[in-house]
Write a protein that binds this ligand. Structure first.
Ligand code: PLP
Length: 421
């Protein structure tokens, strides 16, 4: 896989991919669907996997599989070493200070539940407030409501403006002595808005409040730096960064993770057990009860290698260009209404076609071989904010091309014709 420098017709130089070679890494993309080329525009739900990740899964089971961390035998040691090497790759990927701060979880959902439950039980009482935003995924709302039901803590919600931008003045007004946690997304999965997360964190910290960042939609699209960001907790899912499903990452500052009680009890997370008392293992194992997703963690390491080999400089430039192109092309269809037009966006376009139900649009696009997502995108409150029940969402990965956008735009023209919009 190579990154090439591309000189545009107007003479400007852009860093671009060799998109054909990148697409060739993803076997599923060469399939046809209903005898049409498969156009995958649903990467925000889950990204496709490159051969390198698929091979890592096969290689693990074929050559280095055994249970990890507690075996004295060769194969267990080998699996342990490879899995821990993957943890180190993830540490470097997010520039965490220490691999002990990288907890392997099932995904972002489990990461947020872990923090809400474990940190929340220890730190929240009646009257405390947790600040979330109006554009959170349900997985960054419901776990906080659940711990709120147990502790009496309540949610406070930062509104977004008509473009889908977070209203920072309102955020500042919401922070008070009652605020105990800020839990906000880095990139909205429904709108594509990139939030000013660094400012959000800085303001929270000025008020002595820790921050959990839902990085699910940021991790595929931009370089992450935990130390520069100074996030207290950061979660993302492997399957959205071209890795397997069932594996994800909770980053937490060591001092916070050390102070919190374990989330689940069982094997791996203990130091000693008697019927009278159990002492817990050190980080990260304290939060990794039971046999982990060994092959998943190793393949997540392969996904990180894959992204690194291309580099975020090239990915960001390429995807930015693609998003601009898609926004322009779709926006030119007069009956399309874009939902989410913030100046800073990543990888996602949500839209409506006249008064056609998004599911109808999605179904017709499907017959054209084009996979988009339709619905509320597990973010009902932001749908309510825009007074819509659902949208059509096209989302992009590093393997999407302008041809994919052209196919979507042409198909939308046909949908328009069918519904007379
Ligand atoms: N947060 C955001 C912003 C998401 O987009 C998603 C998935 O769509 C999640 C959280 C939940 O991720 P997972 O289902 O992988 O746990």
């Amino acid at each position: 896989m190579t990154v090439i420098s591309d000189i545009r017709k107007d003479g400007s130089v852009t860093s671009a991919f060799d998109i054909d070679r990148i697409r060739a890494d993803f076997p599923i993309l060469s399939q046809t669907v209903y005898d049409k080329p498969f156009v995958y525009l649903d990467s925000a739900a889950s990204a496709q996997k490159p051969r390198q990740v698929i091979d890592a899964i096969t290689r693990t089971y074929e050559t280095e599989y055994a249970n990890v961390h507690r075996g004295v035998h060769f194969m267990s040691q080998k699996a342990t070493d490879t899995m821990e090497a993957a943890r180190e790759k993830v540490r470097a990927f997010i520039n965490a200070a220490d691999p002990r701060e990288v907890i392997f979880v099932r995904g972002a959902t489990e990461g947020i539940n872990l923090v809400a439950s474990s940190w929340g039980r220890q730190n929240l009482t009646a009257g405390d407030e947790i600040i979330v935003s109006e554009m959170e995924h349900h997985s960054n709302i419901v776990p906080w409501q659940m711990i709120g039901e147990q502790t009496g803590a309540v949610l406070k919600v930062v509104p977004v403006d008509d473009s889908g931008m977070l209203m920072m003045d309102e955020y500042k007004k919401l922070i008070s002595a009652r605020t105990k946690m800020v839990a906000i997304t880095h990139v909205s999965n429904a709108l594509g808005t990139v939030t000013p997360i660094k400012d959000i964190i800085r303001i929270a910290h000025e008020n002595g409040v820790p921050v959990l960042v839902d990085g699910c939609q940021a991790a595929p699209h931009m370089a992450l730096d935990m130390q520069a960001l100074d996030a207290d907790f950061y979660v993302f899912s492997g399957h959205k960064i071209y890795g397997p499903s069932g594996i994800g990452v909770l980053y937490g500052k060591a001092e916070l993770l050390e102070a919190m009680p374990p989330y689940q009890g069982g094997g791996e997370m203990i130091d000693t057990v008697t019927f009278e008392k159990t002492t817990y293992a050190d980080l990260p194992f304290k939060y990794e009860a039971g046999t982990p997703h060994i092959a998943g963690a190793i393949a997540l390491g392969a996904a990180v290698d894959y992204i690194n080999a291309i580099g975020f400089d090239a990915i960001v430039a390429y995807e930015h260009d693609l998003l601009d192109y898609a926004t322009e092309q779709l926006g030119a269809i007069n009956s399309i209404r874009l939902i989410g037009t913030a100046p800073q966006k990543a990888g996602i376009i949500s839209f409506l076609l006249g008064d056609v139900h998004p599911h109808d649009v999605g179904t017709i696009l499907d017959r054209e071989g084009i996979a988009v997502r339709t619905g509320h995108h597990c973010a009902q409150p932001i749908m309510d904010r825009f007074d819509v029940a659902a949208t059509v969402r096209a989302s992009f990965g590093l393997y999407n091309s302008r041809e994919d956008v052209d196919a979507l735009v042409a198909a939308m023209g046909r949908v328009q014709g069918i519904f007379g919009q």
